[in-house]
Ligand binder design. Structure first.
Ligand code: APR
Length: 396
């Protein structure tokens, strides 16, 4: 079979092809477009799916600064809500931390991620940006050359794309990762051995804080999403089915672990979304292979323990945009040459804190339980540890 039979005739091209319309891909697309760089976003889902996927919604102060810097923060400024309280409920009592009075005094902005993605998409299209929805990238070919190609399948059938650079913003299972030649990157993977049942309830938040409950039966978490929607997490056995427990039992278990008899009942409501999440982390090194760059979950996967995934994606998108603009407009390769190293510094810092949080919130061996209780006692009593916590909890 000749190559022309394998690779469809080239029908499309762009200076930068962006795979994926999530936070990483859409921030990158908006920044490149604003700088006059020719780019196209290829997204396998439909616009409706992209705009409705319920994900995290906890934006770090730096993320808000990046979005404001580039005129992408109007929606979050209008509808986002500042947040700076977390509450720990443990077998040794409970305590609250107002992290806006600790560390650098920064706050989170709670803004549902699907609304941020919808804002980014609307801004990109208003500026004339091209997104090909329903178009799945199948492979990135010749990434090690300065003429990479991307094969896709979409509404018009198989197609081929040429680009000068390809940005893999298509997540941990995307084509970018799959296309990396064996041995071109190292994958550092860690399975935390813990699973969470992630729940979205049509119920108002029950606390004015992010709630972290550590209980003999396991971890439970509470995170406001909007005044009418609340995210809960229940630690569960690995391999559990999301629908194993009826709503009634889920609420009973949440109240038990969050010590409702001491702190008051939770606001209940229908559970409208469930998913079991195995807490895993991984980091690829380096984040570049020739003309192919990785950003967001394609670069590194974080456990949801500190809600940092989308924040890292935005930061990496800005670093990559700066590098691509410098190279394409001024022939300056410095930003691209330094992209992997600079992003990995932020990634490892976020990984370290997320790992620390996983160990703080989950009971494992008796020895680790002693460490966990001691760590919580230090966090409760030590101002210097509270400052460290605040700086890493909100920082990226
Ligand atoms: N071709 C085209 N698009 C693809 C492909 C593919 N082969 N594979 C995945 N996609 C799309 C997905 O449909 C999704 O819209 O890539 C996008 C990836 O978006 P995210 O998973 O949101 O990843 P990212 O932009 O890296 O954001 C990272 O945001 O989703 C939250 O907290 C989550 O940590 C995560 C963070």
């Amino acid at each position: 079979m000749t190559e022309s039979q394998i690779i469809p005739a080239v029908r499309n091209s762009a200076d930068v092809l962006i795979l994926g319309a999530g936070p990483a891909g859409l921030v990158l697309g908006n920044l490149l477009l604003a700088a006059g760089v020719d780019c196209v976003v290829l997204e396998r889902a439909t616009a409706e799916q992209v705009e409705s996927r319920s994900r995290a919604g906890f934006l770090a102060a730096n993320t808000v600064r990046v979005l404001e810097r580039h005129g992408l923060a109007e929606g979050l400024r209008r509808h986002g809500r500042e947040h700076a309280l977390c509450e720990f409920r443990t077998e040794d009592g409970s305590f609250r931390l107002d992290y806006s009075a600790l560390g650098r005094g920064e706050r989170h902005t709670v803004y549902p991620q699907h609304e941020l993605v919808a804002d980014l998409l609307a801004q990109y299209r208003r500026a004339g940006g091209q997104v090909r929805f329903g178009t799945e990238a199948l492979a990135v070919l010749d990434a090690g050359t300065d003429r990479p190609r991307v094969t896709t399948d979409g509404p018009e059938g198989p197609a081929g794309w040429r680009a000068r650079y390809v940005a893999g913003c298509d997540g941990r299972h995307g084509a970018a990762r799959r296309s990396l030649p064996p041995g071109s990157v190292r994958r550092h993977r860690h399975d935390h051995g813990v699973s969470w049942l992630g729940l979205l309830a049509e119920a108002p938040p029950s606390l004015d804080a992010v709630g972290y409950a550590v209980h003999g039966r396991g971890f439970a978490g509470h995170m406001a999403r909007t005044p009418a929607l609340t995210r809960y997490y229940l630690q569960c056995e690995r391999g559990s089915s999301p629908g194993a427990l009826p709503d009634e039992r889920v609420w009973e278990e949440l109240e038990l672990r969050m010590r409702a008899e001491e702190h008051g009942p939770l606001h209940r409501g229908p559970i409208v979304h469930r998913a079991v999440i195995d807490l895993e982390s991984d980091v690829l090194e380096p984040l570049r292979h020739g003309s192919l760059f990785l950003a967001g979950d394609a670069a590194s996967l974080l456990s949801p323990s500190a809600a940092k995934g989308a924040n890292l994606a935005v930061l990496e998108a800005e670093l990559l945009a700066e590098g691509l603009i410098a190279q394409l407009h001024r022939g300056d390769p410095g930003g691209l040459d330094g992209y992997s190293r600079r992003s990995l510094e932020h990634i490892w810092r976020a990984q370290e804190f997320s790992h620390w949080m996983v160990q703080l919130l989950h009971r494992t061996t008796h020895f680790h339980d002693g460490l966990r209780r001691s760590r919580l006692a230090s966090l409760r009593g030590s101002r210097s540890l509270q400052d460290w916590f605040a700086e890493h909890y909100v920082g990226v």
